[in-house]
Design a protein around this ligand. Structure first.
Ligand code: G1P
Length: 305
């Protein structure tokens, strides 16, 4: 790979597509967007935002639809609540409320008028991103790691190489039709240059079992390519199809991140994430272990020792 002549820029902007309907979580998502579903005490969108801020982003672009006010309300300043907490001396809670969006970080909301697909959602952010590399974070994919977050790992790699970077992990062969699947050159450590990418291929035609999960660092060239991308899998304008065009022009790396990814767009994924965060929680872990053992033993799943 040829590194760019000038040192590539650090990403500063992250796009969060949050316009989806979240039908898998009905009836909860009748009034609460799926990105607002909590794991312990924070909504999924907060984990995604924290990961982007840790990676160095100071501009967060939420691509939303006209019905979704909850995400915007959540990142808005809560004057009355803050005043109440301040007056009653609840400084710890006040800090929690304020830390939703740290100082120096701005949230920008862009409306996607029609649900035309992930690629279209990303294209809606073009006026805010402009001509610089940026991140896309899908809040459904929650990535737990004790060390640096997945996006920070990817931003570091993008900065070193000047390449676009996609988070990837191996999935079971029968699961390829749920993901973008890549073919790569040989891996060097955690990274391998992508040679092909296909959206949701059936197992018999999938180029591998290496799946893209919801973290991308992309060159701004993707916007030009998205503008001419026609509807693909599921009749939607797919980000994967524009990436397929991008990799003919520029290096795009698959990156096996450090961390565990939970698919919080599925019921069991959200349960699994909750268990993991509870077991790893500063104050909840002992109690979480106890209630889990109790539940398993009462249901006759394990013998209590
Ligand atoms: C989207 C992308 C897909 C990617 C997946 C990761 O699909 O289109 O390429 O593998 O996110 O979660 P979705 O899950 O929105 O159908």
């Amino acid at each position: 790979m040829t590194p760019s002549a000038t040192r590539p820029a650090r990403i500063r902007k992250a796009v969060f597509p949050v316009a989806g309907l979240g039908t898998r979580f009905l009836p909860a998502t009748k009034t609460v967007p799926k990105e607002m579903l909590p794991v312990i005490d924070r909504p999924l969108i907060q984990y995604a935002v924290d990961e982007a801020i840790e990676a160095g982003c100071d501009t967060l672009v939420f691509v939303t639809n006209r019905y979704k006010h909850a995400v915007a309300d959540y990142f808005d300043k809560a004057y009355e609540l803050e005043q109440k907490l301040e007056r009653s001396g609840k400084t710890e809670q006040l800090e929690l409320v304020r830390s939703v969006l740290p100082e120096g970080v701005r949230a920008v909301f862009v409306t996607q008028a029609e649900a035309l697909g992930l690629g279209h959602a990303v294209l809606c952010a073009k006026p805010v991103i402009g001509d610089e590399p940026f991140a896309v974070v899908l809040p459904d994919d929650l990535i737990w790691n004790r060390g640096p977050g997945a996006l920070k790992q990817m931003a570091d790699l993008a900065e070193q190489t000047g390449a676009s970077v996609l988070a990837t992990q191996n999935v079971a062969p029968e699961k390829t039709a749920s993901y973008g699947i890549v073919a790569t050159e040989d891996f060097a450590g955690r990274q391998g240059r992508i040679t092909a990418i296909v959206e949701k291929p059936k197992p018999d035609v999938a180029p591998s079992t290496l799946a893209v999960v919801g973290r991308y660092v992309l060159s701004p060239r993707i916007f030009d390519l998205l503008e001419t991308t026609t509807p693909g899998a599921g009749g939607e304008i797919q980000l994967t199809d524009a990436i397929s065009a991008l990799l003919a022009e520029e290096p795009v790396l698959a990156y096996r991140f450090q961390g565990t990814r939970f698919d919080c767009g599925s019921h069991i994924g959200l349960v699994e994430a909750t268990i993991r965060y509870a077991l790893d929680h500063e104050t909840l872990s002992d109690a979480a272990r106890e209630v889990m053992q109790k539940a398993l033993s009462e249901l006759g799943v394990i013998e209590l020792t």
